[in-house]
Ligand binder design. Structure first.
Ligand SMILES: C[S@@+](CC[C@H](N)C(=O)[O-])C[C@H]1O[C@@H](n2cnc3c(N)ncnc32)[C@H](O)[C@@H]1O
Length: 376
C-alpha cells in the first residue's frame, strides 16, 4: 500500500520520505497536504499540529527545514510522531536493541490463545523484553526503536525474509482476537519464528539511511486544549486534521500497538480524552471551536491554519458546515480564506480510505483560515 502520495523530487528523493512511513496510522493524511501548505507559507518559522496523529505535518516541516510541535491524546500516535523529529543512525537503533537483549529477558508474557497464535513463543519473548525496556526509556534512540517496532508489530507474512513479527494480519489495523484466532486455526497457520533483531536491522537501515536532517520540535501526549495552554512558543503555520465526525474506532483498531506502548493486552473500547467521544454534533463542534481558540492564542497575527476534515456518511452531516461553524464559534479571529474539496488523490491514498474499513464515500474538505483579529 502506498502511504504517501507525494512524488519524489530532486529535493526529496524517495528514500528521504521513507521515515514518514515508519508505521501506518488511522486516517493519516498524505504528505502532500502539509507540504502544499508549507509551500504556500514561505515565511513560516514554526509549525503546529494539535491533532498530529503519526506526525505527517511534523515530517513535512522537517523536510522544509522547520521546527514543529505536535499534540495527540493517543499514545500510539504520539510514539510514532516522536520518531519523525529524531535524528538517529540505523546503527544506534540496532545497538540499543542488542543492548536490551544482552540485559536479559524482562516482563511478563501475555497469556491466552490469541498471543500463542499471533507470535511464535521466542519472538513474543523478545518483543515483551523490548516493550518493558522501552516503557521506561525516553531517549531519542528509544523513541526511534519504539516507532520501528510499532511499524513491524503486525502485518502480512512474506514468502521471503519476514518484514513483520506477527502471524498473518493487516498492517494498518489489528484484527480482533477472536476473529484472528479463528482465521489462523481454520488455515492451520501456526506462527513462525521471526528473529526480531534482524527485522529491526533491515527496517532501520531502510528508513534511516537517507533520512533528512531533523530541525527540532517536540511531541506532546495529551489533550490539545490543555497542552496548548501550557506552551510558550508561537506558530505561524498550523496544519491539522481532527478526527472525522462519526469515526470512533481509533483506539480499538490499534489495540496491539496500544498494548506495545503500555496498554492492556486486550482490546480497549474506551475513547478516553478523544474529541470523537462527544455525544452529539453540537458538542463536537464546540470542542473543535475550543481547539481553534486555544490554537489562535499560540499563533502570530497572519498565521495560516489549514484543516482537512470529513465525516462518515453514517453520521449524516455536512462536515464543511460543521468545520465553518466551529471556526466561527471559536471567536478567535480566524477568517476563512479557502474552502475546497480535498480532491481525489491517487488510488487508496485518500485519507479516509487508507484502512479499507472506513467506507469510500467520505466527503473530505480542506479549509484554510488566516488569523486576523486579536485572539480573545
Ligand atoms: C485524523 S487523525 C490525525 C492524523 C494525522 N493528520 C496524520 O497524518 O497521522 C486525528 C487525531 O486526533 C487525535 N485526538 C483526538 N482527540 C484529541 C484531543 N482531545 N487532543 C489531542 N488529540 C486528539 C486522535 O488521537 C487522532 O490521532
Amino acid at each position: 500500500m502506498t502511504v504517501t502520495a507525494v512524488a519524489p523530487s530532486p529535493d526529496w528523493p524517495e528514500d528521504a520520505l521513507r521515515l514518514n512511513a515508519v508505521c501506518p496510522y488511522y486516517t493519516m493524511f498524505p504528505l502532500d497536504f502539509p507540504l502544499q501548505q508549507l509551500a504556500a507559507t514561505p515565511d513560516a518559522t514554526r509549525v503546529l499540529d494539535p491533532f498530529c496523529g503519526r506526525g505527517t505535518t511534523l515530517y513535512a516541516a522537517r523536510l522544509a527545514g522547520l521546527p514543529s510541535v505536535g499534540i495527540d491524546i493517543n499514545p500510539v500516535a504520539a510514539a510514532i510522531a516522536q520518531a519523525k523529529l529524531v535524528q538517529i543512525t540505523p546503527g544506534a537503533v540496532v545497538r540499543l536493541a542488542r543492548q536490551i537483549f544482552d540485559g536479559g529477558t524482562r516482563g511478563d508474557v501475555p497469556e491466552g490463545e490469541f498471543w500463542q497464535w499471533c507470535y511464535e513463543s521466542e519472538t513474543l519473548r523478545e518483543l515483551v523484553t523490548l516493550r518493558e525496556y522501552l516503557l521506561e526509556t525516553t531517549t531519542p534512540t528509544a523513541a526511534m526503536l519504539r516507532a520501528i517496532l510499532l511499524g513491524i508489530l503486525h502485518g502480512p507474512r512474506n514468502k521471503n525474509l519476514p518484514s513483520y513479527l506477527s502471524n498473518q494480519m493487516p498492517r494498518t489495523y489489528a484484527s480482533k482476537p477472536a476473529y484472528a484466532v479463528t482465521f489462523w486455526k481454520k488455515r492451520a497457520m501456526e506462527p513462525v519464528r521471526v528473529p526480531v533483531l534482524e527485522v529491526i536491522e533491515r527496517r532501520a537501515s531502510r528508513l534511516l539511511n537517507a533520512a533528512p536532517l531533523a530541525h527540532g520540535g517536540r511531541v506532546y501526549l495529551g489533550d490539545s486544549v490543555e497542552t496548548l495552554s501550557g506552551l510558550r512558543q508561537r506558530f505561524d503555520l498550523v496544519v491539522t486534521s481532527p478526527p472525522y465526525y462519526g469515526m470512533r474506532t481509533y483506539v480499538a483498531d490499534q489495540w496491539l500497538r496500544s498494548w506495545f506502548v503500555g496498554g492492556p493486552p486486550e482490546v480497549p473500547y474506551g475513547t478516553h480524552g478523544q474529541i470523537a467521544r462527544q455525544p452529539n454534533q453540537e458538542a463536537f463542534t464546540q470542542a473543535l471551536a475550543e481547539v481553534w481558540a486555544a490554537t489562535a492564542r499560540r499563533c502570530y497575527q497572519g498565521a495560516r491554519l489549514a484543516i482537512r476534515f470529513g465525516a462518515l456518511p453514517s453520521a449524516r452531516t455536512n462536515p464543511e458546515e460543521m468545520l465553518l461553524v466551529s471556526l466561527k464559534e471559536a471567536k478567535a479571529g480566524w477568517v476563512v480564506k479557502e474552502v475546497r474539496p480535498a480532491g481525489v488523490p491517487p488510488k487508496r491514498t485518500r485519507q479516509a480510505e487508507q484502512f479499507g474499513k472506513a467506507g469510500s464515500a467520505i466527503d473530505e474538505i480542506d479549509v484554510v483560515a488566516e488569523l486576523v483579529g486579536l485572539p480573545h
